[in-house]
Design a protein around this ligand. Structure first.
Ligand code: DGL
Length: 267
């Protein structure tokens, strides 16, 4: 079982922010990444649809004999993780809890902002995870649906980005927040611009936190691979548009990846 890979899935390419952190923190592990590019975006879909898609993604990764599955997608973590945890015996890790705990660790004012897709924000997943740990915390949330297409198009700075950031985040300016959680796979790519707009506010990006959490779960279950002289395995699968995925991956990983394999009907 130790020899199994870490499975990661996302609605598309955005989960590579999580892939990158896992790769950095767990350099001896094999990683299989699955991006559901035929059905992206998940961020405006219903709970039942997201549970259905996530179940299929997990079943695909299980066929690849993964030892743990990281749900890199905030929307899937928010809407599907709790239902799926009861069904599958493989350790399933989402991004929400880790981000919430980290935000509470760094917040002094206990006023925390959360941004994400519409489905993530409507699910109140971050709010619930924060309040479970600290009932006194105050949460300010905002769906920022235009951030994902901006990042997908590689538009990471400039006047358009500044205006859209202002449009969404100006509501936080006088709220007294001292932390903002970037509750979406894509938002870490806008981190610099968000930090420039919300000066002095600490930015929590769940990618780093979830990688740390995955490492902890692997260690607890005695599933960490020991250091060996071998080339680690990296496999990428998508459900559509492999070339577009490969191109965008460069933006997220700052290096090239091989052309991903397209899977049809979750063979
Ligand atoms: N991966 C999604 C998330 O983190 C963003 C893209 C989508 O809407 O599918 O919420």
């Amino acid at each position: 079982m130790k020899d199994g890979a870490i499975g990661i899935f996302d609605s598309g390419v955005g989960g590579l922010t999580v892939f990158k952190e896992i790769e950095r923190l767990l350099p001896n592990e094999d990683i299989i990444y699955f991006g559901d590019t035929a059905r992206v975006p998940y961020g405006n879909k219903s709970k039942s649809t997201i549970i259905k898609f996530s179940t299929e993604n997990i079943l695909f990764l299980l066929k690849k004999k993964v030892k743990i599955i990281v749900i890199a997608c905030n929307t899937a973590s928010s809407l599907a993780l709790n239902s799926l945890k009861d069904i599958f015996s493989v350790p399933l890790i989402g991004v929400v809890e880790a981000g919430a705990v980290k935000a509470l660790k760094v917040s002094k004012s206990r006023k925390i902002a959360v941004v994400g897709t519409r489905s993530t924000i409507n699910s109140k997943s971050y709010e619930k995870a924060i309040l479970k740990n600290d009932k006194t915390a105050k949460i300010y949330s905002k769906a920022c649906p235009l951030f994902v297409p901006l990042v997908e198009e590689g538009i990471l700075e400039g006047t358009i980005v500044k205006s859209i950031i202002e449009m969404y985040l100006k509501t936080f300016k006088k709220s007294g927040i001292d932390v903002i959680i970037l509750g979406c796979t894509h938002y870490p790519l806008l981190k610099k611009q968000i930090a420039a707009y919300l000066k002095g506010v600490c930015i929590v990006d769940s990618a780093t936190e979830v990688a740390l959490h995955a490492k902890g779960v692997l260690a607890q279950n005695n599933l960490l691979r020991s250091k060996k002289n071998r080339t680690v395995r990296r496999e990428f699968y998508v459900t559509d548009e492999p070339k577009a995925f490969m191109k965008r991956a460069g933006l997220f990983l700052k290096r090239s990846i091989p052309l991903p394999r397209v899977i049809n009907d979750f063979e």
